[in-house]
Design a protein around this ligand. Structure first.
Ligand code: IMP
Ligand code: MG
Length: 172
């Protein structure tokens, strides 16, 4: 397996700073609960959070999985870690590594709605629009649009590895 750099560490960090600035301005002092989507969304959530106001930002984590060890989505989403905090009346921002078919985020949004938050927004590092199956997901913040290639790094894995690569690489 060979990996070629698609998005450099510097480009990632520059874009994350921009997104953070935009989110800060949009929420305009309101409290935000970041919902990190495990495990892939962790790197992105941590770096993004550094650009938000510490006095108004909370962390939560959830884990839904559809991929298993394959490179293609299995089409089935399961919840492997539920939310622990109270989200009623909170402004929640789901932070995810990538949206591909949209099954994972569609599932997470439905799950979050049952907690009656004041608002739900979505922030993804990467958007792979080509194979979207769930069409009605509004992604509020997108780092980069990419082509339909399998990528690793910056949270994204192949068989559980490569999440700690500092850049996004395309797998050949
Ligand atoms: P979706 O449910 O098809 O939108 O896929 C979303 C999930 O699939 C993400 O949270 C990732 O875990 C995984 N995924 C999708 N594309 C890739 C990829 O190119 N590399 C690694 N994981 C991916
Ligand atoms: Mg994932």
């Amino acid at each position: 397996m060979s990996i070629s750099e698609m998005i450099s560490e510097q480009k990632l960090q520059e874009r994350i700073a921009e997104l953070g600035g935009q989110i800060k301005a949009d929420y305009n002092g309101k409290e935000i609960t970041l919902i990190g989507s495990l495990k892939g969304g962790v790197m992105f959530m941590v770096d993004l959070s550094k650009h938000l106001d510490p006095a108004t930002t909370e962390f939560e984590f959830v884990e839904a999985s559809s991929y298993g060890d394959a490179k293609e989505s299995s089409g089935e989403v399961k919840l492997s870690k539920g939310l622990s905090g109270k989200l009623e009346g909170k402004h929640v921002l789901i932070v995810e590594d990538i949206i591909d078919t949209g099954l994972t985020l569609g599932f997470l949004i439905d799950h979050l709605k049952t907690f009656k938050p004041a608002s739900i927004k979505i922030c993804v590092m990467l958007n792979k629009p080509e194979k979207r199956a769930i069409k009605n997901i509004d992604v509020d913040y997108i780092g980069f649009d990419i082509a339909n290639e399998f990528v690793v790094g910056y949270g994204l894995d192949y068989k559980g590895k490569y999440r700690n690569l500092r850049y996004i690489g395309s797998v050949k």
